[in-house]
Design a protein around this ligand. Structure first.
Ligand SMILES: [Zn+2]
Length: 609
């Protein structure tokens, strides 16, 4: 299974897996795990669902989701749910199992990359400490401290986010990091230094040299969700010729902006606890929000919201509250964001902050209002009605018509007629027009197709659960097989299994019935058969006690026997017809039909007992 591992590494993985119980590990992450037969069921942490299709089998020590297909062992589980790469997940598993990990070595290329990643994080961590020290303690940091005071960036917030100050000079950080053994070339590559024309002697030399990338800025370290510093965002302290208002680290081996959410590390525990995440546009909003006790908040940085980011937060909560700026750009971002969130299986609501431009502005003026707003998330459609209605003069005919045109597609897309009616009424009151007229205009709206609309409104109201919780399709035969695998003590009671199942499976069931262990038996199966058995072992049969299992098995055996016999009779009859045409002897076929018919009659009597 792990071809690149030396023998020792393989046995250590084995040791870890033996010491860990997947049920106990899963319980740390999943709530409401339910025990049913040999399996535990829970809501899948990897996709959005309302009824549990995530199954964990204690005997096999594996998990499988019948909804989205995710499956694996205890280490893959840790890897997926923590968002770690394999070496890190193995480390974590080793820790949990109390195993001293010694011999795991990735291949040389991965090893080199892994080492460089560690070095980048080391350099960033040191840089953050350096900047943070300057902000908190150094005399040169006075101007930045003043700035923080004015923006109400308090000391606890500075500490929590390790905010710092990059001074005006050209080589403060460079000298500091070089003293700690880092090379200029690496620091350039990792985006802490940049090349700049050398004007050190007051004249243009045409030569360039490496200088600090961030100068005269308030520095926000960017953490990944595991708490490692992977880059920086630097904000101008005052308007100057030191570059743009915000300057971000370039992408590196460790920093991928599409996969990073600013604030997630500081927010994730509270997101889990509160069950929802607030999405905003700027990192200053996040700091203010933490200050007033609303810490479950994140924002994308230097990019519009991406699917990867949504999937990342989806690990911690199912619900997202959007709070995007009230300008035109913010509105576009909101509409686009809603679609992406839906694709990631997140349920969206919107937060209203009245006339304020952003969360920071609201908190500066009315700090208590933010919590109130968070306590009252709005339906997205409701929020859009509010928002669009403010863009039009609703006393003029033109304004009314414009407003209805803009909100129309969202109303038309609502599937629930009662809900739709409510909104139509609301709009009618708002624009002072007959309800029937509003409804008419709404129905006349052509719903934009994906091609010409950034956000297709029909997606908002489509219940996510319906299409993603597609029922698992299982045949009667598979269901019967699942019963025997999960309750092998029943196998002995049935003598005709050879007439229903393939030979290998009958042998397998008999071994199981004779007390052999499931995971010992699956080891000797080929991959295809192993997959079938594992899937059936983990299927939710929805049966509670052993009597009901037996009853269900009896009924299924009967049904299947009858089906098979009838099918045989059909085939025989076709063969007889053919024989008649060809004038050949079909007496044996006829005997077989008779025999089957007799047996079918017997089975019918059993049913009526
Ligand atoms: Zn799933």
């Amino acid at each position: 299974m792990f071809p690149n591992l030396p023998q020792q590494g393989r046995s250590q993985i084995q040791e870890i897996k033996e010491k860990l119980d997947i049920i106990q590990v899963a319980e740390k992450y999943l709530t409401n795990m339910k025990h049913s037969g040999p399996n535990y069921f829970a809501l899948c942490p990897f996709h959005n669902e309302k009824t549990p299709s995530f199954s964990i089998n204690q005997d096999l020590q594996i998990y499988k989701c019948f909804g989205c297909g995710e499956s694996g062992d205890v280490i893959t589980f840790i890897q997926k749910i923590e968002g770690l790469d394999f070496p890190k997940a193995l480390e974590k598993a080793a820790q949990m199992a109390g195993v001293q990990l010694m011999s795991y070595k990735p291949d040389p290329k991965r090893e080199k990359e892994y080492k460089e990643k560690q070095r980048i994080i080391e350099a960033n961590t040191l840089a953050a400490k350096f900047y943070n020290h300057l902000l908190l303690n150094h005399k040169n940091g006075e101007i930045a401290r003043e700035y923080c005071k004015n923006r109400k960036i308090t000391k606890p917030i500075i500490e929590k986010f390790q905010i710092g100050y990059a001074p005006k000079g050209y080589d403060n950080l460079k000298r500091f990091l070089q003293k700690h053994g880092f090379e200029e070339n690496d620091l350039l590559k990792w985006g802490l230094l940049v090349m700049r024309e050398d004007r050190s002697r007051g004249r243009e030399t045409g030569e360039s040299k490496a200088v600090d990338k961030f100068r005269f800025r308030l520095m926000f370290p960017i953490f990944n969700h595991q708490g490692e510093i992977i880059g920086f965002s630097g904000r101008q302290i005052e308007k100057s010729d030191y570059g743009p208002k915000y300057l971000n680290s370039p992408e590196t081996l460790v920093y991928k902006k599409k996969e990073t959410m600013y604030g997630l590390f500081q927010a994730k525990d509270e997101i889990r606890r509160r069950g929802f995440v607030i999405l905003v546009e700027g990192n200053v909003d996040i700091l203010s929000s933490h200050r007033v006790g609303v810490p479950n908040i994140v924002c994308p940085l230097g990019t519009a919201l991406t699917l990867e980011q949504c999937k990342l937060v989806r690990r911690y909560a199912e619900k997202v509250y959007f709070r995007f700026d009230t300008d035109e750009a913010g509105e576009k971002a909101l509409l686009r964001g809603l679609e992406i969130a839906e694709n990631a299986g997140l349920e969206s609501s919107a937060l209203d902050i009245g006339e304020y431009q952003d969360v920071d502005e609201l908190i500066m003026n009315e700090p208590k209002k933010w919590q109130q707003s968070v306590d009252q998330p709005m339906e997205v459609v409701e929020h859009l009605i509010n928002r669009f209605s403010k863009k039009f003069d609703l006393t003029s005919a033109k304004g009314k018509s414009g407003f209805i045109k803009q909100i129309g597609p969202y109303i038309k897309a609502i599937a629930d007629p009662i809900e739709k009616d409510e909104y139509v009424k609301k709009i009618a009151v708002l624009v002072e027009v007959e309800e029937s007229l509003v409804l008419q205009s709404v129905e006349d709206v052509k719903i934009a197709t994906k091609k010409n609309a950034a956000y297709s409104p029909e997606k908002i109201t489509e219940p996510v659960s319906n299409k993603k919780n597609a029922k698992v399709r299982i045949t009667q035969k598979e269901y019967l097989a699942a019963i025997f695998i999960q309750k092998p003590q029943l196998v002995r009671k049935f003598k005709e299994l050879g007439k229903i199942f393939d030979e290998w499976f009958v042998v397998f069931l008999e071994d199981l019935g004779n007390g052999k262990k499931l995971n010992d038996l699956t080891v000797s199966l080929d991959v295809e058969k192993k997959n079938v058995v594992e899937k059936l072992a983990m299927l939710n049969t929805d049966i509670e006690d052993i009597e009901s299992y037996e009853k269900a098995a009896k009924k299924l055996v009967l049904d299947l026997r009858k089906k098979i016999l009838r099918k045989e009779v059909d085939t025989l009859k076709r063969q007889i017809k053919k024989a008649e045409i060809q004038n050949s002897d079909y007496s044996k076929l006829l005997d077989q039909v008779k025999a089957n018919t007799v047996e079918l009659k017997k089975l019918a009597e059993v049913t009526s007992l």
